[in-house]
Design a protein around this ligand. Structure first.
Ligand SMILES: [Zn+2]
Length: 157
């Protein structure tokens, strides 16, 4: 099984911070704020996480999705590349996909466990059938990016 990338592209209106135009019957402009770098990283085939930059903070875990401030000491975070191979922690399927990006019904949603990352990353499986514990690798939509989280997907590793 292989699922095509979404065909809708969110037009950008700024790069710092990354802002996208999300077409509706009206245009809604919003900013990704401190998380823009994560979405820009996807276009460079990078999976960017954050880690606390406070040398006195005992927590040096990676957070993905990234956090702008350390949840333990509220200090600013540093951006670091996360591993791009992980394991399926659990999975489900999309029965009623949203209208904008038109992922097909029954697209597998997966929760990905990455070494050194203290959170699970919810995403989707672009190829193959999901299984708990399955090794997966990150794949990036760089040809016609949507400028959304759907530009990241996973495939069997
Ligand atoms: Zn901290």
């Amino acid at each position: 099984m292989s699922i095509n990338w979404p065909t809708t592209t969110l037009e950008t209106w700024s790069t710092e911070p990354l802002g996208v135009k999300n077409p509706k019957t009206w245009a809604h402009f919003h900013s990704y704020g401190g998380w823009g770098r994560f979405f820009q990283g996807l276009q460079q085939r990078k999976l960017l996480a954050t880690r606390c930059s406070n040398p006195n903070c005992g927590e040096k875990r990676l957070w993905l999705p990234p956090r702008c401030q350390c949840p333990d000491c509220w200090h600013d975070m540093d951006w670091v590349e996360a591993p791009q191979i992980g394991n399926v922690f659990t999975w489900s399927v999309i029965k009623y996909p949203g209208e904008l990006f038109k992922l097909p019904a029954d697209t597998p949603l997966i929760s990905v466990e990455l070494e050194g990352v203290c959170t699970k990353l919810m995403s989707w499986l672009k190829e193959g059938r999901p299984q708990i514990g399955m090794k997966v690798k990150a794949v990036f939509n760089t040809e016609r990016p949507t400028n959304s989280i759907l530009d990241l997907a996973w495939a069997p590793a």
